[in-house]
Design a protein around this ligand. Structure first.
Ligand SMILES: [Zn+2]
Length: 406
């Protein structure tokens, strides 16, 4: 498919109907007319176009309300594929999914150490070609490639502004791949992609205002306001990892002191446990590590907590409290209906979550704190990949995508 000929969603009514079929299908033409308040002939015309585009199919007959049984419409989920790529520090992961978000194929590759721009783009192209080859083997068509990339991303230009772990700046990913592969390419920051994944396939489905928070080696958030991903004026919205929690706190990688990330990320948690051990506090972690505190991991701290180790329990509880302060700030600022937690640190379960919830209850304003539900994501380890291919779905289904192609 040529990117220039991408004009499917040129009318707002068309994308509205497509979205209704996606969210409420199987659904009849009459029900669509009722929901959209469009005239039945308009609905019939647009539905014919969507059937011609093969984006929807007619399904089994619906329940009759007296007359002839209506023909139902649903998304042609296996009619097209979308590709998602997760570009992080050392590795690229790719997934091919159908329009229901079901992953049907995966592949990945390691990046060379300190790749320059050319080497990075070449690996990205190779992996994309591998995914596209799978789509062709299946006799299918790929609607596009979505890329969730670490660091600062300009989603409009499809450019990696700064990827700190790769030491790369100003990489024109979209322009390069679209030229080389002749396919639609969409791009977003990896953590903001998580919010999109939740809004289409997870616990943020149909919610107008919610926030995803990723807590792993770094901490970041994806903010959905009025059903839209909030990017910020220069695309750095959601960097809650670098909001100050303790003005006298430890130094952060960003140069500031006492950032949430410097207190509650995976590495920060390990650092605190190490310091306690070095101070001579007793813990089963000391025996396990046999004096070598460098081998300490978040996983080991969690296991020690399960065995009742007080140091480990305290370290996890402190992490939960720091996160609770960070979330209380988010809740007071944005008043979201849900906060969805992602990342390795959430695997420590109640040891972190209980003190986190307790802190939110005591620190956030009463009304927004009562209304928000704080949950752990159910999308699993592939959430970023899901978010990446959702970028393509969003471009195709959403009216906002239509305006650009008109
Ligand atoms: Zn910082």
């Amino acid at each position: 498919m040529q990117t220039g000929s991408f004009r499917w969603m040129k009318s707002l009514n068309k994308s509205t109907i497509l979205n209704i079929i996606r969210l409420h299908g199987p659904i009849s033409r009459a029900e669509i007319a009722k929901m959209t308040r469009l005239t039945p002939p308009t609905v019939t015309n647009i539905v014919s176009e969507l059937l011609q585009d093969r984006l929807i199919v007619e399904s089994n007959l619906g329940i009759s309300t007296g007359g002839r049984k209506p023909i139902m419409l649903k998304i042609n989920s296996s009619g097209f594929y979308v590709i998602g790529i997760y570009a992080r520090a050392k590795k690229l992961d790719a997934a091919v999914a159908n329009l229901d978000g079901k992953i049907v194929y995966e592949c990945s590759c390691f990046l060379p150490d300190n790749p320059d721009e050319t080497a990075f783009l070449l690996e990205l192209k190779r992996l994309s070609e591998k995914a596209l080859a799978f789509v062709r083997r299946e006799g299918q068509q790929a609607l596009g490639i979505g890329i969730g990339m670490h660091g600062l991303v300009d989603p409009l230009q499809g450019e990696s502004i700064y990827a700190p772990h790769l030491h790369l700046k100003r990489v024109p990913v979209k322009k390069y791949l679209e030229t080389e592969l002749n396919v639609l390419v969409e791009m977003e920051n990896d953590v903001r992609s998580l919010a999109l994944a939740e809004s289409w396939f997870g616990q943020g489905r149909d919610l107008a205002n919610f926030i995803t928070v990723n807590i792993s080696s770094g901490i970041g958030a994806g903010i959905i306001l009025d059903h839209e991903l909030y990017q910020g004026d220069s695309y750095s919205a959601g960097e809650i990892g670098h909001t100050t929690i303790d003005i006298d706190g430890p130094k952060c990688s960003c140069g500031n002191y006492g950032c949430l990330e410097a207190l509650a990320s995976g590495p920060a948690m390990v650092e605190r446990a190490k310091r306690e051990i070095e101070r001579g506090r007793k813990s089963i972690l000391c025996e396990k590590l046999e004096g070598n505190a460098d081998g300490l991991t978040g996983e080991a701290i969690y296991e020690a907590a399960l065995d009742g180790d007080l140091l480990a329990i305290d370290v996890l509880a402190d992490t939960g409290r720091f996160l609770g302060v960070g979330l209380a700030n988010l809740i007071n600022t944005f008043n979201p209906s849900r906060i969805i937690l992602h990342g390795g640190v959430t695997r420590a379960g109640r040891f972190i979550i209980d003190p986190l919830l307790e802190t939110v209850r005591s620190r956030a304003l009463e009304r927004p704190a009562e209304q928000v539900s704080i949950v752990v994501s159910e999308l699993g380890k592939k959430a970023t990949l899901i978010g990446a291919f959702t970028l393509v779905l969003k471009k195709i289904f959403a009216p906002a995508g239509a305006a650009e192609t008109d």
